[in-house]
Design a binder for this molecule. Structure first.
Ligand code: GLC
Ligand code: GLC
Length: 659
């Protein structure tokens, strides 16, 4: 350790000795960790706050609070710290299946979640992200992402004790609990925000507050609007403070000022409290926005990485099994920058998500194949969270330069995809809803449930229309009805195909609860004043007993999707090759067919996905090349695939061929 850091370390030890900390029973273990971690933490903290006179004081206090959090850590979780450090890479195993759900919508309450554990187990779930369950403003809460207290639950969902009981029940069932760390902002009802509003200068400095409009404008010119339909600009005038407050998202979500070390320390404390409640994975919300600097877009700045690494360093001291999951919905290069063993071990994979939908619309896999070949590989020990839908909108986050390589104009292509998924493009199978149209640049994003975007809703409507016509005695030769409509079949296969790719590329597949039952868009948000301005509510499903019952009936959409996903989960868990991160994209000689190979301990997996809504035939020569001349077994139906025969692929069919 260099001299500065060793003298700082001594300062800590002396201070702690005076206060009797070093004679406490947990100190020796903590001291060993500190030996390994101190310099890294100090350097990160220095990079952020080295120019401040209170630098050393803040650092010493931070380490002390981290020690106290370690002392309070429950033996179950200490045990997990020993068994499951990030370096063990447990999360990359093929047995990991993720799910995400709203507590109220999926289970009523935190207590009700315990009763849903068997349901989750049917789908092989080992990793559960609960949407934000913290106290937040009654009405303006951005679906829980405006947090008023990280220490209290939303009383409608239950208490912190209920959360702890749930964490233990999940741990006993082999399910790891993930929760949000909404650390870019608090709600304007958080006690820090209230104190700031009442004129307390200590807390005023917790936020980014500007009395002077000129200062605001200097920033504003470089920023993008995240919710342009709600308001323009990233600042909100506070009457109480007679100043502008930085609010990247909604006006009631106040961005925290990480230029102030007290904010970092306060949030580190909240993080440690969450860890000690039994949360093993923190989803780092809106990571791109946490550091601001004038003259820049204030997204993905180097200091954002330093802050996350410093939080990670704190976690290594007090709760070293804690994983970070990055939520960065930005350019693929910027997404990759957050991923690392010492930063975020896990990351959402918004590129795969967007391009699965892109390939479905175009019936062409070239952009998807290019991205998988070029951008799928991660640093060792890290993993993607592969999802098809989540609580947020779909933004078309592919890189324009990737598209250009294929002669695709990014801007025009996004416009096409938006038209397609809103259902306005002729021949579209989708029924999606526009999100945050920005007339200034024509941007928009798309909302809708997987079932509605993939064609299930439209196929049913068409089925109902035909049924109506039939009842009226019209002649409808060749027309089919709901149960056996080809479009409905294809739509169901499409949902399974998209999920099947997420299950097989490597990383943790994430089931968005509701998709496994084919829940379609819920338009009731339109008549709820608290939700009507935010079309993301269209795809935030409520549990339905009726659909859940149908999951046992193979004749229903719910039954086909549920059994299909449960089967995929089982196959994945039983075959370690699915966990391997490396893949080789191959060209199967058809523009609609995605093909890749994976290899693990002598087994070879070939994944084929037909993104066309027509049947496709791969000729014998291609099949032989794909399978390296040896026969394989399609794990999805147990049938043999021979290298010397043509291979027909039904619309939206998928093959998982093991050889
Ligand atoms: C994240 C959430 C999103 C929320 C935003 C602001 O991106 O996923 O739902 O609106 O952060 O907290
Ligand atoms: C933007 C942000 C993302 C957020 C989303 C909400 O895409 O980058 O963090 O979740 O908006 O719609």
């Amino acid at each position: 350790m260099n001299r500065i850091w060793s003298s700082l370390r001594r300062q800590c030890d002396d201070e702690f000795a005076v206060r009797g900390l070093t004679s406490r029973p947990d100190w020796p273990v903590f001291a060993i960790r500190l030996d390994g971690e101190f310099q890294r933490l100090a350097e990160l903290f220095w990079a952020l706050y080295g120019s401040r006179p209170d630098f050393a004081l803040q650092l010493v206090r931070l380490v002390e609070e981290t020690f106290v959090a370690y002392e309070r850590r429950d033996p179950t979780f200490r045990n997990r710290d020993d068994q499951m450090p990030p370096e063990s890479g447990w999360f990359a195993s093929s047995s990991q299946i993720g799910a995400v759900a709203y507590v109220d919508r999926f289970a009523g309450s935190l207590e009700g979640m315990i009763d849903r554990i068997p349901y989750l187990k049917e789908l092989g779930v080992t990793f559960l992200h609960l949407m934000p369950f913290f106290r937040s403003p009654e009405r303006h809460n951005d679906g829980g992402y405006a947090v008023s207290s990280y220490r209290d639950t939303n009383p409608a969902l239950g208490s912190m004790e209920d959360l702890e009981a749930l964490a233990h029940a999940l741990a006993a069932a082999g399910i790891v609990l993930a929760a949000d760390f909404v650390f870019n902002h608090t709600s304007d009802e958080h006690e820090w925000a209230k104190a700031a509003r009442s004129g307390d200068l200590e807390y005023d400095d917790f936020y980014l507050v500007f009395p002077d409009r000129a200062e605001v404008d200097a920033f504003q010119n470089h920023l993008r609007d995240i919710f342009p339909e709600v308001r323009s600009g990233s600042f909100t005038w506070s009457e109480d403070m007679q100043a502008w407050v930085w609010t990247t998202f909604h006006s009631y979500q106040w961005d925290l000022n990480y230029g102030n070390p007290a904010v970092f320390c306060a949030m580190a404390n909240e993080m440690l409290l969450l860890a000690n409640r039994g949360i093993s994975v923190l989803r780092l919300d809106a990571v791109a926005f946490i550091w601001k600097q004038s003259g820049t877009s204030c997204e993905n700045l180097p200091e954002a990485h330093t802050i996350i690494k410093a939080f990670q360093s704190i976690a290594r001291l007090a709760c070293p099994s804690m994983l970070f999951l990055s939520e960065a919905i930005v350019h693929p290069d910027d997404i990759a920058a957050y991923i690392g063993l010492r930063e975020c071990q896990l990351s959402y994979n918004p590129l795969l998500m967007a391009e699965l939908w892109e390939a479905s619309a175009t019936r062409e896999v070239r952009l998807l194949s290019l991205s998988l070949a070029k951008r799928h590989r991660l640093p060792a020990g890290c993993a993607w969270i592969n999802y098809v839908r989540c609580h947020d909108d779909i933004g078309w986050t592919f890189a324009d330069e990737d598209a250009a390589e294929l002669g695709i104009n990014g801007h025009d292509h996004r416009a096409f995809l938006n038209d397609f998924y809103m259902g306005t493009f002729p021949g579209s199978f989708s029924r999606g809803v526009s999100f945050q149209y920005n007339p200034a640049n024509g941007d928009r994003r798309i909302c809708g449930s997987a079932a509605s975007l993939a064609g299930i809703e439209r196929a049913r409507l068409e089925g109902a229309r035909l049924e109506g016509a039939r009842l009226e005695g019209a002649r409808l030769e060749g027309a089919r009805l709901e149960g056996d409509s080809e479009d409905l079949d294809t739509a169901v296969q499409r949902v399974l195909l998209l999920y099947g790719i997420a299950f097989s590329v490597g990383g943790i597949p994430l089931l968005y609860m509701g998709d496994e039952l084919g829940v379609t868009n819920d338009y009731s948000y339109e008549s709820d004043p608290a939700e009507s301005a935010d079309s993301r509510w269209v795809h935030r499903p409520r549990w339905s007993d009726e659909l859940a019952t149908q999951r046992h009936d193979a004749k229903t959409v719910a039954g086909r999707l549920h059994s299909g996903m449960a089967r995929m989960a089982k196959i994945r868990a039983a075959n370690p090759v699915f966990g391997s991160q490396g893949l080789v994209v191959v060209d199967p000689g058809h523009h609609s067919v995605l093909a890749f190979h994976k290899q693990d301990t002598g087994k070879s997996l070939t994944v084929l996905g037909n993104f066309s809504d027509h049947a496709v035939r791969l000729d014998q020569q291609t099949v032989s090349l794909l399978l390296h001349g040896v026969r394989g077994i399609n794990l999805l139906d147990g049938c043999l695939v021979m290298p010397d025969e043509d291979l027909p692929l039904e619309p939206c069919a998928m093959f998982w061929i093991l050889s």
